[in-house]
Ligand binder design. Structure first.
Ligand code: C2O
Ligand code: CU
Length: 532
């Protein structure tokens, strides 16, 4: 069976028959409906920034010897300030789009990939037809026009492909970029001291080509895990820094790998921002858990270092609670360092992510502000269902990752996935069992799931861990940063997490899913619908 097969028979047996610029399909109740996508430029929309992004195969000199075949977003600024579109310094892979809050932007997406694709603007609060739902995927040679106003708080957002069943391989091949909503905050490091760090793991063969899940369903069940870590698309990364203060915008852009980030100089990780921008005040952590899809903004002061010092950003060892009877026996295998391992390195192995070498004496030391921004906490009494939150069980059912027993259907929305516009809700995510008690089989099939909701930012209200294995909890417990606004959070085996959010401005269908991209591709994704 071809797992990239596009036409999907959904769990309820509704087959999509066509995907054309105007998508005609039958809903579950048999009605004929048309969803108009945005395939042409809207002349009355007047953007500050107008960009052309073309997804296409390309090749990069990542190592000596053979070039590596990748996919890239080739980008062109048609209108706007130069800063609005740049390549990430030192990276061949990653375009960075910079906008200011309140600006309008148009992105003309052209697909030159062999397969269908669509762009999701991860973290942005925009209308459903602009959000990159898989139903708006376009084929090779087609184009999609994204036009929206950026209402999000200043922060580090990102974009990546989102076609049904093939998001994992497309991101893996190199398609991901940053979408930074700029802050005018002068109390923070800027310019060369404002540095994005995109962390991804990969695997290469002897001719320097990317190796993706070749194995089997078990590999996909686990998710892709590589044996080399890339930062901003480069292997073995060392940054030259000055004796000054830095703002690192860290994105975990990996398919499945979770990082337990720490400095090796004994200093705490100082977190100043989350998915949805700056926190109210800095939070210090001995280490920070960062799951796929999540961002963290980290403050780091090198001004007390001596020239020549090298500080490592590391991922420390932890137990991810996985007990699927696979991947065992790999303990002790290292990551990176030029050592080629035949298999991926399992989640929770320690390795160095990037080195920071102090090469310059000059630079500016900055004082860590005690107040960074204002965050109004959502009040549980304002949720329409705070005493009785909607529950979403993430678990494994007969070798299939599911949400409340269901997998993705392109336009399928269950009753329990319909919410009302302008209401605040509390949702509870549960990584344990099928909701009917813990069976032995479920217990053997548990994994961490990074949960992501499209279309909005939420607040984390509560993390309940009494169902977790003690040793697992002990190995990660100081690394959760639940302040501020989030769009993705890590749901460990046995954990329950309550979040709150308000559904506002836009009606329609958005997806929510596991951001382990292989789980997502297997169908661990569902729609929610905002209705009147
Ligand atoms: Cu970053 Cu639906 O994903
Ligand atoms: Cu998952």
């Amino acid at each position: 069976m071809n797992r990239y097969q596009f036409l999907k028979k959904s769990a309820r047996g509704v087959a999509l028959t066509t995907l054309l610029p105007s998508l005609a399909f039958c809903t579950t109740n048999g009605q004929q409906k048309t969803i108009p996508g945005n395939y042409n430029v809207n002349e009355s929309f007047n953007p500050e920034t107008d960009i052309e992004l073309t997804a296409a195969p390309s090749e990069l000199q990542l190592f000596s010897g053979n070039k590596t075949n990748v996919y890239t977003y080739q980008s062109k600024l048609l209108k706007g300030e130069q800063y609005a579109l740049e390549k990430l310094a030192g990276s061949h892979l990653c375009p960075v789009i910079r906008v200011k809050q309140g600006q309008k932007i148009r992105i003309r997406f052209k697909n030159q990939l062999p397969r269908e694709s669509v762009i999701h603007w991860h973290g942005l609060h925009i209308p459903p037809e602009m959000d990159g739902h898989p139903m708006y995927a376009i084929e090779n040679g087609e184009q999609y026009i994204y036009e929206f106003e950026v209402n999000n708080r200043p922060g580090t957002y990102w974009f990546h492909p989102h076609p049904d069943k093939i998001t994992g391989p497309q991101v893996y091949q190199g398609l991901a970029g940053l979408f930074i909503v700029e802050d005018n905050n002068s109390g923070l490091p800027s310019g060369e001291n404002d540095v994005p760090l995109i962390i991804q793991d990969r695997m290469f063969d002897n001719s320097n080509q990317l190796v993706y899940l070749q194995n089997n369903r078990m590999g996909q069940m686990q998710g892709f895990l590589g044996n080399r870590v890339l930062v901003n698309g480069n292997p073995d990364t060392t940054f030259n820094v000055s004796k000054s203060t830095y703002w690192f915008r860290v994105l975990n852009g990996s398919n499945s790998r979770i990082y337990k980030l720490a400095w090796n100089d004994g200093e705490d990780v100082i977190v100043i921002g989350a998915d949805g921008g700056l926190l109210e005040k800095p939070v210090k952590k001995p280490y920070l858990m960062l799951a796929p899809g999540q961002r963290a903004e980290i403050w780091k002061d090198f001004s007390g270092q001596n020239t020549g010092n090298e500080i490592q950003l590391q991922s420390l060892a932890f137990s991810d609670g996985t007990s699927m009877g696979m991947g065992g026996g790999m303990m002790g295998r290292g990551m990176g360092g030029g050592m080629m391992q035949p298999d991926g390195v399992e989640n929770g192995i320690a390795f160095n992510v990037a080195a920071f070498k102090v090469t310059e004496n000059t630079g500016k030391k900055m004082e860590l502000p005690s107040k960074l921004s204002t965050i109004t906490p959502l009040n549980p009494t304002n949720a329409v269902n705070s005493g009785n939150p909607r529950q979403f069980h993430f678990y494994n059912q007969r070798m299939q990752w599911v949400i409340n027993g269901e997998t993705f259907g392109m336009t399928e929305v269950a009753e329990w996935e319909k919410v009302k516009l302008n209401t605040t809700e509390m949702w509870e995510f549960i990584n344990s069992d099928n909701g009917r008690g813990m069976g032995m089989m479920q217990d053997m099939m548990r994994m961490p799931h990074p949960v992501h909701l499209h279309g909005l930012q939420f607040q984390i209200i509560e993390r309940e861990v009494s169902g977790m294995q003690r040793a697992v909890w002990e190995s990660v417990k100081d690394g959760f940063m639940d302040d501020g606004w989030q769009d993705t959070f890590l749901l460990m085996p046995g954990m329950k997490v309550k979040i709150m959010m308000k559904f506002e401005d836009f009606k329609g269908i958005y997806v929510y899913h596991c951001h382990n991209l292989e789980h997502e591709d297997m169908g661990m994704m569902r729609n929610y619908e905002v209705t009147d």
